[in-house]
Write a protein of this length. Structure first.
Length: 245
């Protein structure tokens, strides 16, 4: 959670105290973080594991509550099951309120990953249709077809979308060749901001990594989804396909 307090004022106070006491500014910021943590625990409960981080460059303040992932939840204030943790993680990916990546761009990344995992629920989802508030505009079915096929040359993709599809393909199938490919990174930086590239890497890693992890554990899909009739139809068809094999 980002706290939209007066960032400039916060940094000015830290600077003033540091000069007055002849101490390092970071010492002052750390004391501020600890004071905010105590206040948050007093408000939300001392049993909560709360951490406050103040960016020393911008003054942006983040307040986070940490939960322990456990097999059996005994105290829901400090513990969370793996299944519920996965639900929350993907909800953040789906909502992504702070990203500047468009809904189409996120679907171009998400859908090939779900196809690789073989999750019938995720494969049946069309976020613009099934996730309220995801997109104000419908996304054509051809985008999903060509994204799953990793067809970066499809004319319906924008330059950014085609580059994202290329990235997730290499991220999933040829990761060793990405880091040293300066030409590829130059293309990424020419089309996306550093923040967007961070979002791309985190989202791709989440979809692929958590999907692999849960598949390895045999947990299966636990996405909490609004089930549209089209999604249910696709799931029923997938169930019939499995039953027939």
């Amino acid at each position: 959670m980002a706290v939209s307090a007066n960032r400039l004022e916060l940094l000015q106070i830290a600077d003033a105290v540091a000069r007055d006491k002849s101490i390092d500014k970071q010492v002052v910021l750390t004391a501020m973080e600890e004071a905010m943590q105590r206040a948050a625990k007093a408000h939300y409960g001392s049993e909560n594991d709360i951490k406050v981080d103040i960016d020393p460059r911008t003054g942006e303040t983040h307040v986070s509550r940490y939960l322990h992932v456990v097999e059996l939840v005994e105290n829901d204030k400090v513990e969370i099951s793996l299944v519920d943790a996965r639900k929350r993680m993907f909800r953040i990916m789906y909502d992504a309120p702070e990203t500047s990546l468009s809904p189409r761009e996120r679907e171009v990344m998400r859908f090939p990953m779900t196809a690789m995992m073989g999750c019938p629920i995720c494969n049946s989802m069309r976020m613009w249709r099934d996730w309220p508030g995801f997109s104000a505009e419908p996304i054509e079915e051809d985008l999903y077809i060509h994204a799953e096929a990793l067809d970066i040359k499809w004319s319906g993709f924008s330059a950014r979308e085609a580059l994202l599809l290329e990235f997730v393909d290499r991220f999933a199938n040829a990761i060793d060749g990405i880091n040293g490919d300066e030409v590829f990174w130059s293309r990424l930086h020419a089309n996306f901001t550093d923040t967007e590239i961070g979002d791309i890497v985190v989202m791709s890693g989440t979809w692929l990594g958590v999907g692999h992890g849960l598949k390895a554990l045999g947990i299966g899909s636990v996405c909490a989804l609004p089930a549209s009739e089209e999604t249910l139809r696709r799931l029923r068809n997938a169930e019939l396909d499995v039953a027939a094999t």
